[in-house]
Design a protein around this ligand. Structure first.
Ligand code: ZN
Length: 192
């Protein structure tokens, strides 16, 4: 049975920790990944990284619905990543190649930042190396929104948050909301 994990919100110190590479994909880590997928689905998210559930092993999960996996959401069209099976479970993911000259700015949200979203510019295409659930080394090319989700989650594993990538004006605009969220998080942690 999968277990719903507690999602850490902005202000929780663990969100700024760097993940530690896993040496082998143990049954315990497989269980963690499954619980993360379960938790992500329950929260209607498209991605979740270890720190967001209070852990620091290098693992993230992604599940992008088919209707997001197109050039422009809501417009239909060809799948950009027809061969990528969801959910994706990535241990020790790292970006080995990114289309620095081909980028896109798009609105992102984050389960650790309820009620906050903002546009982030990222490479459109990335190549990610990782270990899969069976501990096999894999390399996959990801495009569009799926590439964005992978970059957002890999950022988490580095302790980087999407708000760090907001433009200055956007940072100013969300400052009040962030302060409030951080206070609520710290209150919650103090009570726990
Ligand atoms: Zn996030």
């Amino acid at each position: 049975m999968s277990k719903e994990l507690t999602i850490q919100t902005y202000g929780a110190p663990v969100l700024r920790e760097k993940a530690v590479a896993v040496e082998t994909v143990t049954p315990e880590l497989r269980k963690l990944a499954k619980d993360m997928v379960f938790t992500m689905h329950r929260a209607n998210g498209v991605g979740l990284a270890a720190q967001q559930v209070g852990r620091t092993e290098s693992v993230c999960v992604i599940d992008v619905p088919a209707e997001y996996d197109v050039e422009e959401r809501g417009k239909g069209g060809e799948r950009l990543n027809p061969d990528v099976e969801m959910p994706l479970v990535l241990f020790n993911p790292r970006i080995v190649e990114a289309s620095e000259d081909e980028t896109a700015a798009q609105e992102e949200g984050c389960l650790s930042f309820p009620g906050i979203n903002g546009s982030v510019e990222r490479p459109w295409r990335v190549r990610v190396a990782y270990l899969d659930l069976d501990g096999r080394e894999r390399e996959t090319e990801l495009v569009g929104f799926v590439a964005r989700a992978a970059q957002h989650e890999i950022d988490h594993l580095e302790g980087t948050l999407f708000i760090d990538r907001f433009k200055y004006v956007k940072k100013l605009a969300v400052r009040g909301k962030l302060k409030k969220l951080k206070e609520e998080t710290l209150e919650g942690l103090a009570e726990a």
